[in-house]
Design a protein around this ligand. Sequence first.
Ligand code: ADP
Ligand code: MG
Ligand code: MG
Length: 201
Amino acid sequence: MIDILKAIAAKIDEEKDYLTELDNEIADGDHGVNMAKGFDAVVAKLDAMAGKDIGSILKTTGMTLVSTVGGSAGPLYGTAFMKAGAKLAGKNEMDGKDLVEAMEAAIGGIQMRGKATTGEKTMLDALCPAFDALKEGIEAGEELKDALTKAVKAAEDGVEYTKTIKATKGRASYIGDRSIGHQDPGATSAFYMLETLLANI
Ligand code: ADP
Ligand code: MG
Ligand code: MG
């Protein structure tokens, strides 16, 4: 889990300018900066987490994101990691069923905090279809890697879908119809996280 989080931090850092550019087209141009700042703070705490259970590592990650990142995405992702951590409390290993439960809790946390649903041009448009695909695969008895591969594809399709819809939540909603045609930065960072998870399991 520590290696996965480090890989996510590296990916976010690599895509920082692109995420910021996407946010600049429809909102205030800080998504990459926000996420990189948050994950830098997470990385600074990870080595001290060696030997801790997966739940504790995710909980610390979430609390760090909530406390270091301003704006919407930091607290939303922070809540997601905290909820996932609570689901995986005490676990030192994670299987497909655990990941389904953790992701369900994470999405629940985002929805509790942000009051959004799919079709509003947010991170949920990547996360929810990915969750559905993951759950379907795991329930059908697929290997975690196979189910997660489908989930990542669903997230990628979700990112594409955000280009076709108008933002009705978050700062991008201020420009209404003019947000159509632009890709949502939060859906994009969510896709990167899932893609990095898949590459590191
Ligand atoms: P801010 O909008 O405060 O500057 P960021 O730029 O870091 O914060 O994050 C913007 C992203 O947050 C959006 O692209 C969108 O995916 C996500 N987002 C915004 N509001 C919500 C919400 N209510 N629910 C889920 N995701 C949201
Ligand atoms: Mg922003
Ligand atoms: Mg902002």
